[in-house]
Design a protein. Structure first.
Length: 579
């Protein structure tokens, strides 16, 4: 099940002296960041046909049963009878009890009036919380923790919204949200009503971010559409239900955290209330590296939104002028979700958008413009025959550049499609590694939400997939090799406790990697909040720079690789009583 926990070193750092921090993201293997070819001049990629050399051992092994994960998503009527059921469900990985191990929370849909044709007596199966034992096994703690949930669930998000030092849990449903406040001992209390989250829309995604930089995490909820069962497919249609544009759109909502345990709806005054869209997911990230959180909203059937933050929590849509509203073919095919990472080694955050149609790989330039390089990357040839739902960046082989996982599934029928694992061969060029990725990659599943996490803390990112009407799957990373890594967890003292919005730059062996700490949401899933850096054959980290959202800068030097660091923002904490 992977390396035992005591093989790795975990250390906590606080340094008093500030240092200036530059902005960069996961770089490739070129020894000089300045010598890397910019995305605009990168040579076309070779055909993805030639596969990487086969390994005797699969890259990922299905360990669902030995790990004790026995969750099965409930498609209550057993059939895809409407567009809401087709969206599926996902979950979140987070440390529910503060023991340093990531736990797993999976969301169920179940029966619901109007949304499901299940018989009235059908009992809803609960959402499930699996506590990580640290030895590769999990324990179902749902009932003890009090997080079984209710309603027609879609996803979840987790963050320390009240800055009390433990991670809270938000569940998103079609028809509302549930805010579970962590009691500090791995149990939770439903505080939805007193928190003011009287959300009555078709929620499908949510993310936490400090929109106005006041140190308190705000909440953005992406909403889908106004479902009307009376709307039927056009005569002669082969689809069992109409597409998204047949239904009225829903507005998204931004809730500002007042800092007293309550939220207020600031959608109208903040500028995020853009009409005419049906969101599938939301991703928060600082696309222009100006120190505030922006928002990318993936829409179904209309142009996507890139909501640029002015630094005070006011947003404007710049998707069309930055090139991320449509795909590279000028179409607004149904977008599922976006994941963020630097795939070409130029130190800027890029986007992978999965779609019902051609996916997009948006490479970020220093001019504030993105270019869709899905064709030249090699991804399009492999992915275009499938419908991609949950997409993720991960450095599964720790060679220093980001690879891609895509969870595929049929949007209309329970037919299934195989998932994809794509290996980055440098500067955002990919080859298909699915044939050596393991038995799960030969299956046809109706996968929806998927997440990346290092559940056994062995330094290699693992995968979890929640599929429509099927059992969830836990894939353990068994890729051979001895490449090095560094994993960083942040603890804010002036800004939010999770450190969301901080930029972490790692310098080692003449190379540079950088990532932004954020609430890592994609389609229906929130992945590992810790920052994972694959370092290749480099065993020593020369320098770590951190630019905290409070404006403080911090530096650590001369650190061994292959460890998990908890780095605390220097200075006295706003959130703890003075000693």
């Amino acid at each position: 099940m992977g390396a035992p926990m005591n093989r790795l070193r975990g250390r906590t750092f606080t340094t008093p002296a500030p240092w200036l921090v530059a902005a960069v993201l996961l770089a490739g293997c070129d020894p000089s960041p300045q010598s890397r070819a910019p995305a605009e001049t990168a040579a076309p990629s070779p055909s993805p046909g030639p596969q990487a050399p086969a390994w005797a051992e699969p890259l990922f092994t299905d360990v669902t049963q030995p790990a004790g994960i026995n969750f099965q998503h409930q498609l209550a009527d057993g059939d895809l009878s409407n567009i809401m059921e087709s969206d599926g469900a996902g979950g979140v990985v987070f440390d529910c009890d503060g023991d340093g191990l990531l736990d797993l929370y999976l969301v169920n849909s179940g029966p619901a009036p109007v949304l499901s044709d299940a018989p009235p007596e059908t009992v809803r199966r609960p959402n499930r919380l699996y506590r990580n034992h640290g030895d590769g096994s999990f324990e179902d703690r749902t009932e003890i923790a009090g997080v079984a949930g209710h309603g027609f669930g879609t996803t979840a998000a987790a963050a320390d919204y009240d800055n009390d030092g433990d991670t809270d849990l938000l569940v998103v449903n079609f028809g509302g949200v549930i805010l579970f406040q962590n009691n500090g001992d791995g149990t939770f209390k439903d505080v939805t009503a007193p928190a003011g989250l009287t959300h009555d829309r078709a929620g499908i995604s949510a993310t936490f971010l400090d929109a106005d930089r006041d140190g308190w995490l705000d909440l953005f909820v992406a909403n889908y559409l106004v479902f009307d069962p009376a709307i039927k497919p056009a005569q002669g249609s082969k689809a069992p239900y109409p597409g998204p544009l047949a239904y009225d759109p829903e507005f998204n909502v931004l809730y500002r955290n007042r800092g007293d345990g309550t939220f207020e709806d600031v959608s109208e005054t903040s500028g995020i209330r853009v009409p005419g869209h049906r969101a599938m997911s939301v991703t928060a990230f600082d696309y222009d590296l100006d120190g505030d959180a922006d928002l990318y909203v993936s829409n179904d059937g209309t142009a996507n939104l890139l909501l640029q933050n002015d630094g005070q929590g006011h947003f404007k849509d710049v998707a069309l002028e930055t090139g991320v509203g449509f795909n590279g073919f000028g179409k607004a095919d149904g977008s599922m979700g976006a994941c963020v990472g630097d795939v070409d080694g130029d130190t800027r955050p890029d986007l992978l958008v999965t779609r019902f149609g051609n996916a997009s790989l948006y490479l970020n330039s220093d001019l504030g413009f993105f270019e869709d390089r899905i064709e030249s990357s090699g991804i399009l040839r492999v992915s275009s025959q499938f419908t991609g739902w949950g997409g993720s960046f991960l450095d599964y082989d720790n060679d220093g550049d980001l690879d891609v996982f895509i969870a595929n599934g049929d949007p209309h029928f329970m037919l299934g499609m195989p998932p994809l694992l794509l290996q980055n061969t440098g500067q955002a060029r990919f080859q298909n590694a699915s044939d050596r990725a393991g038995e799960f990659f030969l299956r046809k599943t109706n996968a929806r939400g998927s997440g990346v996490w290092d559940y056994d803390n062995d330094g290699r990112p693992d995968l979890v997939i929640n599929s429509l009407g099927e059992p969830a799957v836990l894939l353990h990373n068994t890729a051979p090799g001895s490449n090095h890594f560094l994993t960083v967890r942040l603890e804010g003292t002036q800004g939010n406790r999770d450190g969301f919005g901080a930029l972490v730059r790692v310098e080692a062996g003449g190379q540079v990697w950088q990532a932004e700490a954020r609430c890592p949401t994609s389609y229906l899933f929130q992945s590992d909040p810790r920052l994972h850096f694959g370092l290749g054959n480099i065993a020593q980290v020369d320098r770590i720079h951190i630019r905290w959202p409070s404006g403080k800068d911090q530096e650590l030097t001369s650190l061994p690789a292959d460890q998990f660091l908890t780095i605390r923002e220097p200075g006295p904490s706003r959130w703890e009583p003075a000693k």
